[in-house]
Design a protein around this ligand. Structure first.
Ligand code: SAM
Length: 365
């Protein structure tokens, strides 16, 4: 039994250390391979989001086994593995390492440059963002990693090759599956037993890479660069236009236009909201307002309510002013009668005297 509680709790964590894997993730790739044979015959591979490197270790071991087998039957080329991660990785024999962001064009170009004119048999991506705890954000970033990996894959994977990537099985995962299906006729989702059930993580295994006819891999994906890209440059199969569906027609009212209250011959009637807010954020402000001694705003509202049928706004303003003055006078005498010498009250009295409901200059009616 290991020294720490993590050792005791997690069998894969413990076994990884026992067997010399840099991370327990190694078992995920091993189990995927047992089931889906993704490493059979592979000679060139790219490991995206590779740190600390347990998948690269698995790749290195398997690709060397494949090489030895191939040598027995004739000529064979030594395996090639390129591993990429944001974080630095300790060196691994036979693995070329690149430190970089896979969503960045330059990293993508660096990877591609290692395979000039060569194509690879397999691309794997175990990319996961530093989770923020904001699930939607984490899921979004993870899907961006997957799409960045797919984009790099379209540059270097050979026809018939395999792509394996971590995926979060969240709400819109079918959209990702649909995108993968454009390039691979066989897309499976798998969850190795070493992947915790409590995690929404799973893996897509995509086989038999067959891009659409005439598809040209490009780096115009806005995901990879913040510079504007010219989608007009894309033509034919490379230009994907999502259909737009119109709901409703021109006979229906326009949602951006202001219509008169009495509209289309119908007289306007006020209706209470079907459901008023139960605990609105302005509740406290309303309570404070209700408890105020001098409540101008309520008096203003009363004036408006009393005068809903006023002929003109000018009339309404006149009445509001009159009512306001009456209230002001009564408030002043109330305060004076209370003989309260408190300086704050005196200030309030002064303010009351000079408060106007409407600016005279605003009176345009
Ligand atoms: C679960 S770990 C990979 C474990 C690895 N497969 C192994 O077996 O050791 C996820 C990795 O994704 C990397 N990563 C996250 N975002 C990345 C990005 N934009 N570019 C490159 N690597 C990224 C992280 O640095 C982290 O090392």
């Amino acid at each position: 039994m290991g020294k720490t509680s993590k050792d005791k709790r997690d069998i894969y964590y413990r076994r990884a250390k026992e067997e010399g894997w840099r991370a327990r993730s190694a078992f995920k790739l091993l189990q995927i391979d047992n089931e889906c044979h993704v490493l059979d015959g592979v000679n060139k591979a790219v490991d995206l989001c590779a740190a600390p490197g347990s998948w690269s270790q698995v790749l290195s071991r398997k690709l060397n086994e494949n090489y030895k087998k191939a040598l027995e039957t004739g000529n064979a080329t030594p395996p090639k593995i390129v591993a990429v991660d944001l974080q630095a990785m300790a060196p691994l024999e036979g693995v070329i390492q690149i430190q970089g962001d896979i969503t960045n064009v330059n990293t993508a170009k660096q990877i591609i440059s290692h395979f000039d004119n060569e194509q690879v048999d397999l691309v794997v991506c175990d990319g996961a963002p530093d989770v923020t705890g904001l699930h939607d954000m984490d899921i979004y970033i993870q899907s961006q990693l997957l799409l960045a990996a797919l984009n790099i894959t379209t540059h270097i994977l050979k026809q018939g090759g395999t792509f394996v990537a971590k995926i979060f099985r969240a709400k819109d995962v079918t959209l990702l599956y649909a995108q993968l299906k454009i390039f691979f006729p066989y897309v499976y989702c798998t969850k190795p037993s070493s992947s915790r059930n409590s995690s929404i993580e799973a893996f897509v295994v995509c086989k038999d890479y067959s891009p659409p006819e005439d598809y040209k891999p490009h780096m115009l994906n806005p995901l990879l660069t913040h510079e504007p890209c010219d989608f007009d440059e894309l033509t034919g199969i490379n230009r994907v236009v999502v259909p737009f569906i119109v709901c409703g027609d021109l006979n229906e009212p326009d949602s951006d236009t202001c219509y008169p209250l009495n509209f289309e011959g119908k007289e306007y009637t006020y209706h209470e909201p079907v459901q008023t807010p139960i605990a609105p954020p302005y509740q406290e402000a309303l309570t404070l307002l209700e408890n105020r001694d001098t409540d101008f705003r309520r008096s203003d509202v009363n004036v408006v309510v009393d005068n809903l049928n006023s002929m003109t706004i000018a009339d309404l303003k006149k009445q509001a002013k009159q009512k306001h003055k009456e209230i002001t006078k009564s408030e002043i005498s109330k305060l004076q009668n209370s003989k309260n010498d408190d300086s704050e009250d005196i200030l309030e009295l002064d303010q009351l005297m000079f408060t106007e409901l409407f600016d005279e200059s605003d009176n345009m009616m």
